[in-house]
Design a binder for this molecule. Structure first.
Ligand code: NAD
Length: 455
């Protein structure tokens, strides 16, 4: 491990990754190896947790290819120096900001979108001109092994390598010095990564999780909201960092909306064998999610099979903030409903909790939109939809507070792996004597006049 880390540092220091042609060629190589191995990649993710090609294309490949396209098309613009004004004190000169790659990057991936959440940060790192050491999640072992094999066949390990493993291997990696660590995963492990990074003063991007609320305002189109919400929730069986975690519905439309949601779940007929539903990643998580089900509150679903790692799409009504299901991120196919009467009280309740990764608001009322956006801090989200903000590469994606630090996708990803070097480039001319000793009252008055603070 140490050898790969130091080989990558040497490779970076030899400036191999800096030419834009090199970066574009590597992105093209990545796209080519993924495209020509799609059947194997689809088979691996299916073996890991039953995910089928349609969902794999939509929620893994599509986003990865899109990131590659956008990076290749825009790299010249992103990497160009940008000129800024030069103040009077420094004239004559030009001033500019020069993006430069941070250096060697460590990317630690989660299991829940094992390709997208490992490769999208890698694409940003390559575009920015960094080397990449990727550690995918050990929980999706077939995906991890295949990524290691394909990356190993395609790239020089000095530039882009995969290290497989779990806690022990990640702990060993975190002892090394990198120039940036990009972590996607849970809040507790995020804290471990942050502490390890602090020992080397390494900057981090932490893409974490948490409970993402949905608010259904009384004016909203219930049928459309239910269709979009149900799709977003049960995609990947709810194992999505930005899945709607719980739903707060105005009491005036509470029962009507519940009916729409139940109808929509029944219409979708989620079933692993039908190819529109997946298994829970392992037995431990199946048990954890199942333990959050409160049978008396279940109005749809509720059954599970620990050995088969399946949990039915489950709708729970009249849940309260004190219930067990409201104490942790669900990260599974349970959808708890809470009625609300007063938007101000609801906003206060949400703000009493850690800042969410996402928030979804269903309304066409401009005043309600403005109020929620102005008053609640959250990483990102949608109005009249759920999770789809992740699919617009123009929108930086990331959390705030407990849900994360930093963001990526498109140019935001390039920025995350770059340092913006500020340069003042002075003309070589005789300097006015004003800033040089001896310091006199006349010079002080002149200096104040030059910077606009004269009396
Ligand atoms: P996790 O934190 O358990 O694991 C993530 C990575 O950290 C894995 O590669 C794992 O091997 C490693 N790891 C685990 N324990 C470690 C330890 N003690 N020391 C060092 N490394 C360790 O997360 P997960 O179960 O893979 O993913 C689920 C969580 O990730 C959820 O909370 C979810 O919300 C969050 N998530 C966030 C995003 C996002 O983009 N913000 C995306 C997906 C998942």
């Amino acid at each position: 491990m140490k050898d790969i880390v130091s080989a990558q540092r040497r490779y970076f220091n030899a400036n191999h990754t800096k030419p834009l042609d090199f970066r574009i060629a590597q992105l093209e190589k990545l796209r080519a190896v993924l495209r020509s191995n799609e059947p194997a990649l689809e088979a691996a993710i299916h073996r890991d947790y039953g995910k089928r090609p349609f969902e794999t294309f939509l929620s893994e490949f599509f986003l990865v290819y899109d990131e590659i396209e956008v990076a290749i098309a825009n790299l010249g613009t992103w990497a160009a120096p940008s000129q800024v004004d030069t103040n009077a004190l420094n004239q004559p000169a030009t001033s500019y900001v020069l993006p430069e790659p941070l250096g060697s990057s460590l990317i630690i991936g989660p299991w829940n979108y094992p390709y997208q959440l490992s490769l999208a940060p890698a694409i940003a790192a390559i575009a920015a001109g960094c080397t990449v050491l990727l550690k995918p999640s050990e929980l999706t072992a077939h995906c991890s092994a295949l990524l290691a094999e394909l990356i190993g066949q395609t790239f020089a390990p000095d530039f882009f390598a995969v290290v497989e493993g779990g806690v022990a291997e990640t702990t060993a990696l975190l002892a090394e010095k990198f120039d940036i660590i990009f972590f996607t995963g849970s809040v507790p492990v995020g804290k471990i990564v942050y502490q390890a990074a602090a020992r080397h003063l390494t900057p981090v991007v932490l893409e974490l999780g948490g409970k993402s609320p949905t608010i259904i305002a009384p004016d909203c189109n219930l049928a459309i909201a239910a269709k979009r919400l149900v799709w977003a929730k049960f995609l990947n069986a709810g194992q999505t960092c930005i899945a709607p975690d719980y739903v707060c519905v105005h009491r005036s439309v509470y029962l009507a909306f519940l009916n729409c949601v139940v109808e929509e779940v029944e219409r979708a007929a989620y079933d692993v064998d039908a190819g529109n539903y997946v298994r829970i990643v392992n037995e431990r998580n199946t048990e954890r999610v199942a333990s959050l089900i409160e049978p008396a509150k279940v109005i749809l679903g509720g059954r599970y099979d620990i050995a088969a790692r399946t949990i039915e799409p489950t709708v729970m009504r009249d849940v309260s903030w004190a219930d067990k299901v409201m104490q942790e991120e669900i990260f599974g196919p349970l959808l708890p409903f809470l009625p609300y009467d007063d938007l101000d009280a609801l906003i206060a309740n949400i703000k009493d909790r850690p800042k969410p990764l996402s928030l979804y608001l269903f309304t066409e009322d401009a005043a309600v939109k403005q109020k929620v956006l102005a008053e609640i801090s959250f990483g990102g989200g949608c109005i009249n939809d759920a999770i789809m903000h992740i699919a617009n590469g123009e929108l930086p994606f990331g959390g705030v507070g407990d849900s994360g630090i930093g963001s990526y996708h498109g140019e935001a990803g390039f920025r995350a792996f770059s340092h913006y070097k500020s340069v003042l480039d002075r003309a070589v001319v005789e300097d006015p004597e004003v800033k040089f000793p001896p310091y006199t009252d006349e010079k002080l008055a002149l200096l104040k006049a030059v910077v606009g603070l004269g009396g």
